[in-house]
Ligand binder design. Structure first.
Ligand SMILES: [Zn+2]
Length: 249
C-alpha cells in the first residue's frame, strides 16, 4: 500500500554504507520508522528530503511490518538550527519528547503543527529559547493526555491569583490553605508565572508564541514546566541534560 503524507524527520540512523532508517512525525499516521534506500549518497533523490529536521512531502510504501520511503520532496529544512549548538540541542530535546509521548496510531496533526512552529521560532530567533521550551513542554503534554487543570484551586475552587501553587504530581493548582493539607511537592506561583503557565496551555494556537515574560519569572516557569515533564515522562531525558549543559540563556 502507498501512503502520501507530509512530515518532519525527527531521528535518523545509518543502516550499512548506503541506507538510512528515519523516524518521521507524520500529519496523519503518527510517528513512523521508515527505510530509505541509498539515502546516504549525496546524489540520491531522497538525500535532501530525509535529513534530520527536514519537513517534506513523502510517498511511502507500507508493507506488513515495515515502511519504505519511495519519494521525498523537501518543503523546509530549518538549516539555521545547525549553526547554533543551543538551538540544535533544544530541537533534539523536542524530538525526544515526541518520541516519548506520541505513538504510531495517534493523529499527530496538532503535534506536527506545534513542532513546526516551535522550530520556526527557534531558528528565526523570534523568542528566547527558554520561553519556547516552556511553551512546547506544556503544550505537548496537554495534547498528549496530560492536560493540567490551571483554572482555580482544585480542592476549594478559590481563584485568588496571588495564592496559588502548581503541584506536578496532581496536575493542578492548589491554594495555600489546601496545599498545606496535601502531602505533595508544589511550586508557589507569582501572578506573572501563573499567567504565563495558563498561557502555555490555554492560549489559542496562533497566539501561543505571542508572549513576553521577564527573566526571573521565566526561570521560575522553566523549573515548573520541566518538573511537570519529568513527572509525566518518569525517566531521564538525555537530550534535556545536554541542552542544559550547552544553554547560556
Ligand atoms: Zn483551595
Amino acid at each position: 500500500m502507498q501512503i502520501c503524507t507530509d512530515g518532519l524527520i525527527i531521528a535518523q540512523m545509518d543502516i550499512g554504507d548506503c541506507d538510512k532508517l528515519v523516524t518521521v512525525l507524520t500529519r496523519k499516521f503518527g510517528v513512523i520508522r521508515a527505510f530509505v534506500k541509498g539515502a546516504k549518497n549525496i546524489r540520491n533523490k531522497n538525500f535532501a528530503g530525509t535529513q534530520i529536521f527536514c519537513y517534506s512531502d513523502f510517498n511511502i510504501y507500507k508493507g506488513r511490518n515495515k515502511y519504505i520511503i519511495n519519494e521525498s520532496s523537501i518543503k523546509k529544512s530549518f538549516w539555521k538550527l545547525r549553526s547554533n549548538i543551543e538551538k540544535l540541542a533544544l530541537a533534539q530535546y523536542f524530538c525526544e519528547l515526541i518520541l516519548n509521548l506520541v505513538g504510531e496510531s495517534n493523529n499527530t496533526e496538532s503535534i506536527l503543527r506545534l513542532m513546526l512552529n516551535s522550530l520556526y521560532y527557534i531558528s528565526e530567533d523570534k523568542l528566547s529559547n527558554p520561553t519556547i521550551k516552556s511553551i512546547f513542554e506544556m503544550r505537548i503534554l496537554a495534547i498528549s493526555g496530560y492536560m493540567p487543570d490551571l483554572v482555580v484551586c482544585n480542592k476549594c475552587s478559590s481563584f485568588k491569583n496571588n495564592d496559588m501553587y502548581f503541584v506536578p504530581s496532581m496536575a493542578c493548582l492548589l491554594c495555600h490553605k489546601c496545599y498545606k493539607k496535601v502531602d505533595a511537592t508544589g511550586f508557589k506561583l507569582k501572578p506573572a508565572v501563573l499567567f504565563a503557565i495558563r498561557h502555555t496551555v490555554y492560549s489559542e494556537f496562533n497566539k501561543m508564541f505571542c508572549f513576553e515574560i521577564l527573566n526571573d519569572s521565566q526561570k521560575e516557569l522553566s523549573n515548573i514546566t520541566e518538573a511537570y515533564i519529568q513527572h509525566c515522562i518518569e525517566r531521564s531525558i538525555k537530550t534535556l541534560d545536554f541542552y542544559k549543559q550547552v544553554a547560556i540563556s
